[in-house]
Each structure stands twice: as structure tokens, then as C-alpha cells.
Design a protein around this ligand. Structure first.
Ligand SMILES: NC(=O)c1ccc[n+]([C@@H]2O[C@H](COP(=O)([O-])OP(=O)(O)OC[C@H]3O[C@@H](n4cnc5c(N)ncnc54)[C@H](O)[C@@H]3O)[C@@H](O)[C@H]2O)c1
Ligand SMILES: [Zn+2]
Ligand SMILES: [Zn+2]
Length: 361
């Protein structure tokens, strides 16, 4: 069998290449190597491509003195090709959902369920600090606690949202945002993450869900998926509109699902006293934090990387058919068309794309 494979490799800001790389091998007894059958591109991958995360290169250079590229991607489904000697729950041939976060389960942070910050070779490292899923094969550390057996009958176009999008939206948006029955919430950014927030927020029956974006197609989909109000912030003053909708009071929870100052600014200006701002977006630059106005409001402001501690629960919800995520899978590409898939996702608004699926077989 060939020792190399094709992969999408990040070499630095605005420089990704579809090129030949060595096939991953088992490095630790707890590892598995997965042959991908489906993957997707995340807004975070786009952010990395655009240069939001220079720490990828900086960390590699600090550790080894050089950076020879990083395979992107942290979402996907595949077939177990090989497992390390300590892997108990999976075997060659199993079809699995790959979680974007791996966990050792024993370090101080894992014992606090803060798996995002596993102190061993875990946390969110795939497609970031180690090679990821935008390839024919990927090595997943701590396979026993980082893979989920794909249930028979579950639509794979739904299952792939369990790698990252759904747990992130639910944990970092909705749970950290403390969404409760009767709440009024604002979701700023209706990409896949914002849509995941919109769908999982409805587990908790908020009374009003205001979706904000600059893309009318995405806002139309948000309406279809349960938003009670939509605001195009490129055409209207989002803060003013949210205050009008809420009778001047503001929202109980504002979720930031973009990662830029303009959307953080909307959130900090619309949350009412006692409310929550749940920041989900990955920010590449600092923002203006109006503590001079906010200190008095008894707010809770949360940030975070997904822990994936609700993935199992979300998997069951997906199996029940209650989350129509397949609607988000707007574009499909073959593995050989990976560069085209990135290009379409980069121009998502013009292409009317929400989530691009890459199928291998
Ligand atoms: N915290 C975590 O663990 C975690 C995990 C996954 C993704 N993320 C981050 O979540 C964010 C969203 O991810 P995604 O995949 O949905 O990204 P995406 O790029 O598909 O969606 C972003 C949306 O924001 C909208 N937008 C951009 N600028 C805007 C503005 N000024 N005002 C209003 N809307 C604007 C875009 O039209 C788009 O619909 C990204 O920053 C991503 O890196 C965080
Ligand atoms: Zn992601
Ligand atoms: Zn750990």
C-alpha cells in the first residue's frame, strides 16, 4: 500500500496546498488511524487559512525549529484502519465519527471535564497542533475517548455535525449562555455554528430567537429553522433593531458566532442586566470591551473551546431525527475537488453555501 496520501496542507497565511504527504502511523498505543470517508470544512479552517492562528506555525517553530505545514480539518467520518495496542473500544473496520477534541481522561483538566484543555496529547489539536482530517487518513490520539461508533441508520450528513459544530454550539453557545424557557436570545452569525446554536437552543424553549447575519440566504434558513426574527446587520442597525424587538430591554443571552469585533460589539450592546454573553467565535484580533458600561449589569461573559462533553447526548438526539442538519449540507464535492470546496466555502455568501461536504467514495 502507498506510504503517501493526498492532503490539504496549511503552510502559512493565505497559503494552503493540496499535496502529497506521508500517511499517518500509530505513534502511541492509544492512537487509531482512520481512513476518511467524509469530511467538511469549518469556519475555523477558513480562519486558519486567512492567518487568524499564527500560533500554529509559531508553536511548531518553537518546538522543532521548523514548520513544514499542517494538514487542516477536525471534522469527519471514516473507517478504522489500524488501532494501537491499548485501544479497547474500536477495531479495524469500525465506522466512526471523529471528535475534534481528544481526551486522555486522566489529567487535571480532563478530571474537571475540561477536555478542550487536556494536558496530554488531547484537547483541540487535530488540524491545529497535529495533522487533521482534510486528508485520506488521519491519526486520532486517545481513540477510545475521541471516536464515536456511527449508529446504523444515522444519516452521515447529520452525523458529521457531531465532530464539532453541534457540541460547540450547544456547549459554548447555549449551555454557557444559560438559555432558559421564555428567554429572549440573539444569535449573531448564522453560519453552521450559529445554526447549531439556533437548533440546540430550542431544546430549552426560548420565547424569542433573533438571528443576525449579513447574508440574506443564511437568514432565510435561520427563519426556517426556528428564528422568530432576523436582522441583516449590513442593511440595518442590529443593536437598534434588537432593542426595538425587545421593547428597549435587550436580550437574556447574546451568542457571538462569528469572531470579529463588529459582532462582539452587537452582543455587548444588546444584553440586558443579569444576562449572558456567550462568545463562540474564534477571534484573531482584540476587541473593544466596554467594561465602563458593562460593569454595572451583573452579566456573565463566557468564552471557550468546545469540551465535547455533550457529544454522546447530541448523538442520541440526532438519531431521534429531531435536528434537520442535513439541510445545512448545501454543497458536495469529491475528495479530488478539495481545493474547489475550499474556494466555494471561502465565498460562501456568493455561492449560497452553508456547509460543504467532501465525499471520498
Ligand atoms: N469556540 C469553539 O470551540 C469553536 C468551534 C468551532 C468554530 N468556532 C468559531 O465559530 C465561528 C463561526 O463558525 P462557522 O463555521 O459558523 O463560520 P462561518 O464563517 O461559516 O460563519 C460565520 C457567519 O458570520 C457572518 N458574518 C461575518 N461577519 C459578520 C458581521 N460583521 N456581522 C454579522 N454577521 C457576520 C457570515 O455571513 C457567516 O454567516 C468562527 O469564528 C469559528 O472559528 C469556535
Ligand atoms: Zn471547527
Ligand atoms: Zn487529559
Amino acid at each position: 500500500m502507498s506510504k503517501t496520501m493526498k492532503a490539504m496542507v496549511y503552510h502559512g497565511a493565505n497559503d494552503i496546498r493540496f499535496e502529497e504527504r506521508p500517511r499517518p502511523e500509530i505513534l502511541q498505543p492509544t492512537d487509531a488511524v482512520i481512513r476518511l470517508t467524509k469530511t467538511t470544512i469549518c469556519g475555523t479552517d477558513l480562519g486558519i487559512w486567512k492567518g487568524k492562528n499564527p500560533e500554529i506555525q509559531d508553536t511548531a517553530v518553537a518546538k522543532t525549529g521548523l514548520f513544514d505545514g499542517r494538514i487542516l480539518g477536525h471534522e469527519g467520518i471514516g473507517i478504522v484502519e489500524e488501532v494501537g495496542s491499548a485501544v479497547k473500544n474500536f477495531k479495524k473496520g469500525d465506522k466512526v465519527i471523529i471528535s475534534c477534541v481528544s481526551r486522555c481522561g486522566t489529567c487535571e483538566n480532563c478530571q474537571k471535564q475540561l477536555y478542550a484543555h487536556c494536558q496530554n496529547e488531547g484537547g483541540w489539536i487535530m488540524g491545529y497542533m497535529i495533522d487533521g482530517t482534510h486528508a485520506e487518513y488521519v491519526r486520532t490520539p486517545f481513540a477510545d475517548t475521541s471516536l464515536y461508533l456511527l449508529p446504523e441508520g444515522l444519516n452521515e450528513e447529520v452525523a458529521v455535525f457531531l465532530s464539532d459544530v453541534l457540541p460547540t454550539s450547544h456547549e459554548i453557545g447555549v449551555q454557557y449562555g444559560n438559555v432558559k424557557p421564555g428567554d429572549t436570545i440573539a444569535i449573531v452569525g448564522t453560519g453552521p455554528i450559529g445554526m447549531g446554536c439556533l437548533l440546540t437552543a430550542q431544546f430549552y424553549s426560548p420565547a424569542q430567537i433573533i438571528a443576525v447575519d449579513m447574508d440574506d440566504n443564511r437568514l432565510a434558513m435561520a427563519k426556517e429553522l426556528g428564528a422568530t426574527h432576523t436582522i441583516n446587520s449590513a442593511k440595518e442597525d442590529a443593536v437598534q433593531r434588537i432593542l426595538e424587538i425587545t421593547g428597549g430591554r435587550g436580550v437574556d443571552c447574546a451568542m457571538e458566532a462569528v469572531g470579529v469585533e463588529a459582532t462582539w460589539d452587537i452582543c455587548q450592546n444588546v444584553v440586558k442586566e443579569g444576562g449572558h454573553i456567550a462568545n463562540v467565535g474564534v477571534h484573531g484580533k482584540s476587541v473593544n470591551f466596554e467594561l465602563n458600561k458593562l460593569w454595572i449589569k451583573n452579566l456573565t461573559i463566557t468564552t471557550g473551546l468546545v469540551n465535547t462533553n455533550t457529544t454522546g447526548m447530541l448523538l442520541k438526539t440526532c438519531c431521534s431525527g429531531k435536528l434537520p442538519l442535513e439541510k445545512l449540507a448545501t454543497h458536495h464535492f469529491k475528495f479530488s475537488e478539495f481545493e474547489k470546496a475550499y474556494d466555494v466555502f471561502k465565498h460562501a455568501s456568493d455561492e449560497n453555501a452553508m456547509k460543504v461536504m467532501i465525499n471520498y467514495e
